[in-house]
Write a protein that binds this ligand. Structure first.
Ligand code: ADP
Ligand code: ASP
Ligand code: MG
Length: 411
């Protein structure tokens, strides 16, 4: 008998019929004798609907109140799933994040889990009940409702699995595993049987939204066996593993991630003196804007151009701060671009292979795609390009690194 935490995402609980199907699936596991904790998201589209509603009242809703509201999405689905289970004769009970003992910090809309007191859940399991927990939410030490950031139900699932020392955390979603890249963008994407935590962490942080990054961090830190599976199709899914040992040929690149969430800012003609990077980026960080990629070029006339990327939501704020800094630094000009995208290749195999970056640049050159910025780490290479070439770039790289699924008959 195993203890399994199963998390079902928004589309998997998007209609009453689907909730019934989830209940049927949970019942099957239960009848096998497993103890089950289920974590659910809100019905698909519901969190966006709630955020839109708030924006109709306030362009920048007070984060505490936004959390009170968006957390209601998950409260609906826990109750519906518990009812569906009880109707089927499966003893079940729903728990909000607070009832499940999930305590977070007070950073509303992107809170971090501080602790979980899982005793009540353990008692319910001992009493033979399936416990259905609301994903994405917790409560801070003052009793305020908090939420864990978009996609945060994954993190609830993994954190509960860690607290309960579950045998496995299963993330059920609308694709049958983690693919070499988003299968909705590249038809030839391939499902991976396994991927290391390290690679999954990079993929998630570079834009692959199949798992929330904090969920992967948690799973790695607490060694939670984690698997991504399709909610309604049978199959092995993808196992996220600690193990880097591949029995046969290890691919150099495991996957390609991309994101359209960034914007680029450039300050030109800044006198090149010590401390200039600090004088540009200090005010940006003081404005609570996170910077991702940074490039600095020095010109012949002892001035420097400085380019960096930020989240698109922070673009206007960062632009204002930079314009002010430009005045103080006597820079020539400030320019910005929101129509960029970041494409990254990820793979632990890169460690033992030279020439991976140049293979990437060659594939992009063949398609006439200009690279605006580059950043590398041990297991990834990222480039910034014009947004309109994103899909072309991802497809070209997928082919260049031999990730394409073999053509099926008839193609
Ligand atoms: P859920 O609502 O179940 O949490 P999400 O929409 O958050 O589902 O995540 C699943 C989606 O992630 C898929 O529908 C797919 O489009 C997207 N995705 C992005 N990158 C990948 C990838 N590398 N492998 C699989 N899916 C990916
Ligand atoms: N409902 C939340 C969201 O849409 C959390 C989740 O689905 O994981 O972001
Ligand atoms: Mg998700």
């Amino acid at each position: 008998m195993a203890l399994i935490v199963q998390k079902f995402g928004g589309t998997s609980v998007g209609t009453v019929e689907r909730i019934q199907q989830v209940a049927e699936k949970v019942q099957r596991f239960r009848e096998r004798g497993d103890d089950i904790v289920v974590v659910v998201s809100a019905m698909s589209g519901e969190t966006n609907r709630l955020i839109d509603l708030a924006r109709q009242i306030s362009q920048q809703p007070v984060p505490r109140e936004l959390d009170v509201m968006v957390s209601t999405g998950e409260q609906v689905t826990i109750a519906l799933l518990a009812m569906a289970l009880i109707e089927r004769g499966v003893p079940a009970i729903s728990y909000t994040g607070s009832q499940a003992g999930i305590v977070t910090d007070s950073v509303h809309t992107k809170a971090r889990i501080l602790s979980i007191d899982a005793q009540k859940i353990r008692d319910e399991l001992s009493a033979g009940r399936v416990v259905v927990v609301a994903g994405f939410q917790g409560v801070d030490e003052q009793g305020n409702i908090s939420t864990l950031g978009r996609g945060g139900s994954d993190t609830t699932g993994v954190a509960l699995a860690a607290a309960l020392k579950a045998d496995e955390c299963q993330i059920y979603t609308d694709v049958d595993g983690v693919y070499t890249t988003d299968p909705r963008v590249v038809a030839k994407a391939r499902r991976l049987d396994r991927i290391t935590f390290e690679e999954m962490l990079e993929m998630a942080s570079l834009g692959s939204k199949v798992l929330q990054i904090r969920a992967v961090e948690f799973a790695g830190k607490y060694s939670v066996p984690l698997r991504v599976l399709h909610s309604f199709q049978e199959g092995p899914g993808t196992l996220i593993t600690l193990d880097e040992e591949e029995p046969m040929e290890q691919p150099i690149i495991s996957g390609i991630a991309f994101n359209r969430d960034e914007a680029k800012l450039t300050i030109r003609g800044v006198p090149d003196t010590p401390g200039v990077a600090f004088r540009i980026l200090g005010p940006i960080s003081a404005a609570n804007v996170e910077v991702d990629m940074i490039v600095q070029n020095v010109a012949h006339d002892n001035t420097t151009d400085f380019t960096f990327t930020v989240h698109r939501n922070d673009y206007n704020n960062a632009l204002q701060v930079l314009q002010k800094a430009a005045g103080e630094l006597k820079a020539r000009e400030v320019v910005g671009d929101t129509e960029i995208a970041k494409v990254s290749i990820v793979g632990v195999g890169m460690r033992s292979h030279a020439g991976v970056a140049s293979c990437m640049f060659e594939a992009l050159a063949r398609e006439n795609i200009n690279i605006q910025m580059i950043s590398t780490s041990e297991i990834k290479v990222s480039v910034v390009i014009e947004e309109k070439y994103l899909e072309l770039a991802v497809r070209a790289l997928h082919t260049a690194f031999e990730l394409d699924a073999p053509a099926s008959k008839g193609e």
